[in-house]
Design a protein around this ligand. Structure first.
Ligand SMILES: Cc1ncc(COP(=O)(O)O)c(C=O)c1O
Length: 346
């Protein structure tokens, strides 16, 4: 029986084309900048994002950390959303390894932070305060319903930050989902920021890797910080080869994932015992709640697992399903059928 794994788009497996690209990749030592496949990926990524330079890193977490370490010194402060991935789920790396202070601002349900909230979080020049150095955005916003941030909003934040002498970093782990959902060129979303990261290994289905982009000067400095973190990966053309295939072949199809997410959400809205706000479905991430006194979320997960269906239980009654490459419309219908049956007869 096929496992329908909706826990995350990180569970995607590489395509046949990626496996072939990996097999055939021309390799060298990337720490000497001599891996031709990695060099090609980095040039390609910079071009796609409209930045001067790019660098392959091991993961989204490493990409964000390398960028934050490159923008900030010890004791500096970063303004970021209270529901941002970097604040919630990256093991406090900026403070653990960089001595950098996170200053959270409330994320609105659409993943934005209010401009006035950002502005009032910026510290004045006072010996008591850390120095504010950076504002971080996240697009799409994972915890906030996979919401895409518009280019206009990103421009406004960057204008405010730059006017106050700050830099802007964008966690664009799912930036291509945002571009596809908004129907814009990804350059428009990346254009206003000073640095950005995006993941090859989520909806784009590559097995490993993320890329950071910025000015040539920024990336040169970031290369040093990647080395500090042990991220000099030698023959990483193996990873880059799949990344190139991902960028060439896997972006346009993200709209299938978005259509499947909507189908799933609409089906969930018809099941009594589950509640969902259809206004919150924007890309490939579907949050919903269990509202039944007949079955717990844990039991529901277990019964779904018995049918080889996996969904993320965020507890106590909050659930998340993410659509991705490998999940078909039929899988969505099988999942809806299972949810309906289990909840009806727990
Ligand atoms: C918005 C966002 N940023 C960063 C990351 C981190 O990526 P990785 O798991 O590759 O470290 C994730 C992972 O899910 C994410 O959702």
């Amino acid at each position: 029986m096929k496992t329908i794994d909706l826990r995350s788009d990180t569970v995607t497996l590489p395509t046949q084309a990626m496996r072939e690209a990996i097999y055939n990749a021309e390799l060298g030592d990337d720490v000497f900048a001599e891996d031709p496949t990695t060099n090609r990926l980095e040039k390609m990524a910079a071009g796609i994002m409209g930045k001067e330079a790019a660098m392959l890193v091991a993961s989204g977490t490493m990409g964000n950390l390398v960028c934050i370490l490159t923008h900030c010194q010890r004791g500096d402060e970063v303004i970021l959303g209270d529901k941002s991935h970097s604040f919630l789920y990256e093991a406090g790396g900026m403070s653990a390894l960089g001595g950098i202070h996170p200053h959270t601002v409330v994320n609105q349900p659409d993943g934005t932070m209010r401009l006035e909230d950002i502005e009032s979080a910026i510290r004045s020049d006072n010996v008591h305060f850390p120095r504010t150095r950076l504002v971080c955005l996240e697009n799409t916003h994972n915890y906030c319903n996979g919401s895409p941030l518009t280019a206009k909003y990103t421009e406004k934040v960057a204008a405010l930050a730059h006017r106050r002498g700050l830099k802007v970093h964008l966690d664009g782990a799912r930036i291509f989902n945002a571009a596809v959902a908004l129907g814009v060129d990804v350059k428009e979303l990346a254009g206003p920021v000073d640095s950005m990261s995006f993941c090859l290994s989520k909806g784009l289905a590559a097995p490993v890797g993320s890329v950071i982009c910025g000015s040539s000067e920024f990336i040169a400095e970031a290369r040093r910080n990647r080395k500090v973190l042990g991220g000099g990966m030698r023959q990483c053309g193996i990873i880059a080869a799949a990344g190139i295939t991902a960028l060439e072949q896997m972006v346009e199809r993200l709209k299938e994932d978005h259509a499947n997410a909507r189908r799933l959400a609409e089906g969930i809205s018809q099941i009594s015992g589950l509640s969902i706000d259809l206004e919150n479905i924007h890309t490939n991430i579907v949050y919903f709640d269990l509202e039944s006194d007949q079955i717990t979320a844990e039991k529901l997960m277990q019964k779904l697992a018995d049918r080889s269906i996996k969904i993320l239980n965020l507890g106590p009654a909050r659930l998340r399903a993410v659509t991705h490459y490998g999940i078909t419309t039929k899988d969505i219908d099988v999942t809806l059928d299972a949810l309906q049956t289990i909840i009806k007869k727990p």
